[in-house]
Write a protein that binds this ligand. Structure first.
Ligand SMILES: Nc1ncnc2c1ncn2[C@@H]1O[C@H](COP(=O)(O)OP(=O)(O)O)[C@@H](O)[C@H]1O
Ligand SMILES: [Mg+2]
Length: 387
């Protein structure tokens, strides 16, 4: 009786899946790149540098596997999977339809009035009030060096202040991918360019969340690259520090070499480390310590105003250690961190591991988070090498 029911159930599931696949592969369900790019919206768009890939038919959208079929057909998250020649890429609209509609409505007035002064609009868009929760990219404490920040981007042929302004307003991710290029070792996907309101970037791999059941040693290797990233975003650029404010395991992807890359760079605070003394707050030279406690599972508690008052903040270490790597205890539940279930043998051989992780997550002493994170990374690298 039981097995008969199971067979029937399986029969219907198979039929249902088959029907969905057939429906979705119908031409009307197929997404066309030409519909996605919306180049008629230019110059209020992301740029035109990658249009030649589309015009030369070098990009194909993946309609084959079930997941891609589903996400492409329903535009889940407005991310589409495809190929650029033989490379795996994602095509991103960077915002949802409703966000574009609201944006287009709100700008029609601005664009008509100020058409010639997008440089001024860029300054204004980036110089946002600290209480403005809609702001996606902040440059602080001042915007004096805005041209230095966007140097790489603005020096590209055909890239205009209109494009820059649109990206700051809609989603600054492609700007960050060019300021911190993957070719120079930054832990982000490669940016292939924009065409209208579509951008093309490297497909990195599956999200970090799908690795939580992997053997501990593989997770340790990934964790080490996350700590490398926290260091790079904070210290590597001598002019600016980059604090990612939407870190989560869905916003990090892992490449084929177990390297973590940050794939959702929509929300970021850029601190100008070269701020002149007269614009520095009294606390400028003190390392900022993040100490928000989570009252929900995945939220990151931070204050942009506080981060902007310091040349260095421990925010990136706080996000990586407390939100991703260590165990999280919220009001409602306890969840295992990414480095859960350390093998007993490793704990025996490397007894400081637990302490360093907890100091990076919840430091007891002032200033201890970053140094503990750096020590933890060294230890993980030793473990990976010798175990
Ligand atoms: N470069 C990429 N490589 C691999 N997967 C990606 C990439 N960019 C986005 N994705 C996938 O698409 C999802 C949504 O993209 P994301 O940029 O985070 O958009 P949203 O702002 O809607 O969260 C991610 O969680 C990830 O699964
Ligand atoms: Mg995301």
């Amino acid at each position: 009786m039981y097995s008969l029911r199971l067979k029937k159930w399986k029969f219907w599931v198979t039929r249902f899946t088959l029907c969905i696949s057939v429906i979705m592969s119908l031409p009307s369900f197929r997404i066309s790149i030409n519909n996605l790019k919306e180049t008629e919206k230019c110059p209020i768009c992301f740029g035109l540098a990658a249009c030649h890939f589309i015009d030369d038919n070098e990009i194909t959208i993946n309609h084959r596997d079930m997941y891609a079929l589903f996400t492409n057909a329903f535009g889940v998250k407005n991310v589409y999977y495809g190929k650029l020649r033989n490379r795996d890429v994602v095509l991103k609209k960077l915002a949802h339809r409703s966000e574009f509609n609201a944006f287009d409505e709100s700008i029609s007035k601005v664009v008509k009035e100020k058409y010639s002064d997008f440089q001024m609009l860029v300054q204004r868009a980036i110089n946002t009030d600290m209480n403005d929760t809609m702001s996606k990219l902040r440059l602080c404490p001042t915007v004096k060096h805005v041209n230095l920040l966007f140097n790489n981007v603005l020096s590209k042929e055909d890239f205009t202040y209109e494009h820059l302004w649109t990206l700051i307003k809609i989603n600054p991710e492609p700007l960050i991918l060019q300021i911190l290029p993957s070719e120079k070792g930054w832990p982000v996907p490669k940016h292939y360019g924009a065409c209208g309101r579509l951008v093309i970037q490297e497909f990195v791999g599956p999200s970090l969340s799908t690795f939580s059941g992997e053997p501990w040693i593989r997770r340790a290797a990934i964790a080490s690259t996350l700590l490398d990233a926290a260091y790079m975003f904070t210290f590597q650029d001598e002019n600016f520090a980059y604090y990612l404010t939407d870190i989560s395991s869905d916003n990090i992807a892992i490449d084929s070499k177990n390297r973590a890359k940050f794939i959702d760079l929509e929300n970021i605070i850029v601190v100008d480390k070269t701020t002149p003394v007269k614009d520095q707050s009294k606390t400028w030279q003190d390392v900022h310590r993040s100490d928000g406690n989570f009252d929900c599972e995945t939220c990151l508690v931070f204050s942009p105003a506080e981060i902007c008052e310091h040349k260095v903040s421990d925010h990136n270490y706080y996000a990586i250690c407390k939100l991703i790597l260590a165990q999280r205890i919220s009001k409602t539940q306890i969840s295992k961190g990414f480095l859960h279930d350390v093998p007993a043998k490793i704990l025996e051989q490397f007894p400081t591991l637990t302490q360093l992780l907890s100091q990076c997550s919840d430091p007891q002493l002032f200033h201890q988070r970053i140094s503990s994170g750096i020590e933890l990374n060294k230890l993980l690298q030793n473990i990976i090498k010798y175990v």
